[in-house]
Design a protein around this ligand. Structure first.
Ligand code: SF4
Ligand code: SF4
Length: 183
């Protein structure tokens, strides 16, 4: 008995071509969607950072700040915001994040000058400093974050949540890996 035969169109994994808008537009010129797509999703900006301020009494409580003085140095910790999904590196409350976490940093085209608060691998900082898009960025990898995680550029597998430890013990959690970057 003859079997029915059908011709099927071969499946194609062709992805829409990515237009490298980041090479032709300044950060200020980008559309909102372009700006948002630059975020690599590393979640390093969700880490708690500390500034050693000699003018602050040791007995004083930790205080949030949005500025750094010239002589001060900022250190990163491996303590991350409790709202982060530490596997996907996504915020679990993205829409409500600035209400739920008032000091959640929201980088926009209006406060781009604050980008120095971001880690060196942050795409916004890289572009602002003229260092270009890294090869592991999701925009160059069909939207996938696999290369970024494999390159160690995200917080995955390296963090503790801020509702599981005391921030007063932050010195135990000071780390330098958030400063790593690679092309
Ligand atoms: S550090 Fe920069 S690129 Fe990474 S998640 Fe934060 S804003 Fe996005
Ligand atoms: S609220 Fe969300 S985006 Fe903001 S620091 Fe926390 S996890 Fe990160």
């Amino acid at each position: 008995m003859a079997k029915n035969k059908a011709r099927a169109k071969p499946k194609t994994s062709k992805q829409p071509e990515v237009v490298a808008f980041w090479e032709t537009k300044s950060l200020e010129e980008m559309s909102r969607a372009e700006w948002e797509s630059l975020c690599d999703g590393c979640a390093k900006c969700c880490l708690h950072k500390f500034i050693d301020d000699p003018d602050v009494d040791d007995d004083n409580e930790l205080k949030p700040t949005d500025h750094i003085k010239e002589h001060e140095q900022m250190v990163h910790s491996s303590i991350v915001c409790h709202l982060l999904n530490d596997k996907s590196c996504q915020c679990t409350q993205y829409e409500k994040r600035t209400i739920l976490v008032p000091d959640c940093v929201r980088l926009t085209q209006d406060n781009i000058d604050d980008v120095f608060f971001m880690p060196p691998s942050c795409t916004y900082r890289r572009l602002k400093e003229g260092r270009g898009m890294p090869s592991w960025h999701p925009l160059l990898n069909q939207g996938k974050t696999t290369k970024m995680h494999a390159a160690g550029m995200s917080v995955r597998g390296k963090v503790v949540k801020d509702n599981e430890v005391s921030l007063d013990d932050f010195e135990k959690y000071i780390v330098t890996w958030p400063l790593n970057d690679c092309d």
